[in-house]
Ligand binder design. Structure first.
Ligand SMILES: *[C@@H]1O[C@H](CO)[C@@H](O)[C@H](O)[C@H]1NC(C)=O
Ligand SMILES: *[C@@H]1O[C@H](CO)[C@@H](O)[C@H](O)[C@H]1NC(C)=O
Ligand SMILES: *[C@@H]1O[C@H](CO)[C@@H](O)[C@H](O)[C@H]1NC(C)=O
Ligand SMILES: *[C@@H]1O[C@H](CO)[C@@H](O)[C@H](O)[C@H]1NC(C)=O
Ligand SMILES: *[C@@H]1O[C@H](CO)[C@@H](O)[C@H](O)[C@H]1NC(C)=O
Ligand SMILES: *[C@@H]1O[C@H](CO)[C@@H](O)[C@H](O)[C@H]1NC(C)=O
Ligand SMILES: *[C@@H]1O[C@H](CO)[C@@H](O)[C@H](O)[C@H]1NC(C)=O
Ligand SMILES: *[C@@H]1O[C@H](CO)[C@@H](O)[C@H](O)[C@H]1NC(C)=O
Length: 457
């Protein structure tokens, strides 16, 4: 057995998802199992390739010259505060339910064993697959260049970056037979008081003032009161005595994605069977509202928190030093070793809420009318905005620059989870692209610090 075939057979073992195209979970298309359920989990959906109206292939007579990829960590356990609530809800059911209705019997013997905050093994595989796909998509650039990797400091994010690198390296070995590059992400601390564009926490009023939190809380409460009462009634009918509230209906629904991704290969959980596809759509929208009004255009300080990243992106796209007075660290951004300019490939690793703020700082949804809190807005009406389309687990944005035979200027486009998101404020062409200069001009919000002053006054 030659070295290449040995490597290939190792890769075959590691990348079960890749080589098995019959599986409903593959490197190229992500999680396509039980899609009428699993694509409606908002930010708890595992990455899946999002339908795109515009082809995301390299356009004819163009060549991609630059890519910034921005990645959410892979699937994780519930956050610590949520895991406590889920566990209490299950305990409440167990202690007070007198009879379990048809389809609900499994709950009687269900043991709550989910952990907190950590990447799951399913999530690790997602990131390996993501790095693999990234190399394959950008092989032209990747053959002679090493990406610059940065990761926010929380354990699951750093581990996600490392898994991504593992997949990237494996794909490179398979394609080129060798890979002697060494990769190590620059880790940006999430400690308080540290400026970190991949994990915002320095906008004081946003962190401490309930006024800013109220936008998401109110939007979700309004939508919950529309769609949840009937579901809660059904749950209580089938779990006599449990006394569940509408909020706990959300926890019951959360148990479906979290038990699914706790399974090594993402076997759909029994909790998912308790709800209909339409109910999952309502749930997805509930999660969408939380992100949109929490960190996106629906929050007065949402986009502002993505400004630091947007200004770093401008620096990378234009090959000029960072100009920013918000969340960047000027020490880090001034050094060639920690913020190199002029490279064709960058990969950053962050969190879903932070990425939501970054996308809004880039104006991707600036022309989208505010999301309704009493009826589901279709993703066509929202330029493709929804939590499951933008920040599923292992989400990846690709911000590309290209040069083309006909146009005498550089073009920019944005691809979120394989969907081309047509740029809104810079005169995009039919392929959703803007001239680099027009794109940078359109980022005046970021270039003028957004509403950063409101973080402190
Ligand atoms: C799996 O599908 C991808 C994309 O369609 C294709 O490039 C690849 O060759 C397929 N792999 C196998 C083992 O069939
Ligand atoms: C998920 O999909 C599989 C295969 O199509 C099917 O057997 C199963 O019943 C589905 N599960 C749910 C909860 O819909
Ligand atoms: C169970 O029911 C009892 C009596 O109705 C009530 O006092 C108790 O709070 C309930 N337990 C939980 C965990 O809700
Ligand atoms: C900026 O980065 C430097 C180098 O990593 C670090 O020593 C310093 O504490 C950081 N300062 C802030 C405010 O983030
Ligand atoms: C809730 O149930 C009532 C009575 O069956 C029905 O009229 C109403 O349309 C339902 N609401 C929703 C949001 O499904
Ligand atoms: C439901 O959850 C929301 C958001 O966490 C909270 O503001 C509200 O007080 C909760 N309602 C009840 C009845 O517990
Ligand atoms: C960190 O951010 C604050 C607030 O924008 C800024 O005043 C400070 O200069 C920054 N520190 C560094 C090292 O860039
Ligand atoms: C959105 O567009 C408005 C109107 O053009 C502009 O004033 C605002 O700065 C933009 N916001 C962002 C985040 O791009």
């Amino acid at each position: 057995m030659g070295i290449i075939s040995i490597i290939n057979s190792i890769a075959t073992t590691v990348f079960a998802h890749l080589v098995n195209n019959d599986s409903c979970d593959t490197v190229n298309s992500g999680y396509q199992c039980n899609t009428s359920i699993s694509h409606s989990w908002g930010q708890y959906s595992p990455y899946f390739t999002v339908p795109s109206k515009i082809s995301n292939a390299e356009p004819p007579f163009c060549s991609i010259t630059f890519v910034q990829s921005l990645n959410r960590h892979g699937a994780r356990d519930p956050t610590a505060s949520k895991t406590a609530k889920y566990s209490a809800t299950v305990a409440q059911i167990h202690s007070n339910t007198t009879s379990y209705g048809p389809g609900f019997e499994f709950i009687e013997s269900y043991q709550y064993t989910l952990g907190a905050d950590q990447l799951t093994s399913f999530g690790q595989q997602e990131m390996i697959n993501s790095g693999f796909k990234f190399f394959q998509r950008y092989q032209q650039l990747a053959t002679n260049n090493t990406p610059f990797f940065r990761s926010s400091g929380e354990n699951r994010v750093v581990m996600s970056a490392e898994n991504f690198i593992q997949g990237y390296h494996a794909a490179k070995v398979i394609a080129l037979g060798d890979d002697t590059s060494s990769y190590k992400p620059l880790v940006l601390s999430e400690e308080k008081g540290v400026n970190n564009t991949l994990d915002q926490s320095e906008c004081t009023n946003f962190e401490n003032d309930d006024y800013y939190a109220s936008f998401a809380v109110d939007a979700q409460a309004a939508w919950l009161s529309v769609f949840a009462p009937n579901i809660t009634a059904r749950l209580n009918e089938n779990l006599q005595g449990a006394g569940l509230t509408d909020n706990q209906t959300i926890y019951m629904m959360d148990l479906c994605p979290f038990n699914t991704i706790a399974s090594h290969v993402g076997v759909i959980s029994e909790w998912c069977t308790l709800f209909t596809p339409n109910e999952w759509k309502s749930y997805s929208y509930y999660n969408t509202l939380g992100k949109y009004y929490g960190y996106g255009d629906g929050n007065p300080l949402g986009p502002t928190q993505g400004v630091g990243f947007a200004n770093e992106l401008i620096a990378r796209l234009t090959n000029k030093p960072v100009v920013d007075r918000t969340s960047t660290n000027s020490t880090i951004d001034a050094l060639e070793t920690t913020f190199p300019l002029g490279l064709p490939m960058y990969a950053d690793f962050s969190h879903g809420s932070d990425m939501t703020a970054m996308f809004s700082a880039l104006g991707l949804y600036n022309d989208t009318s505010p999301l309704s809190t009493h009826t589901i807005q279709d993703t066509d009406e929202t330029n493709g905005y929804s939590a499951s389309y933008t920040i599923p687990f292992a989400a990846r944005a690709y911000i590309e620059k290209m040069t083309c035979l006909i146009q005498p200027y550089e073009l920019v486009r944005v691809i979120l989870n394989d969907r081309v998101v047509p740029l809104q404020n810079c005169g995009a062409d039919s392929l959703g692209r803007c001239k680099l200069d027009a794109f940078v001009d359109s980022l005046s919000f970021a270039r003028s610090s957004g509403h950063w002053d409101k973080c402190f006054e």
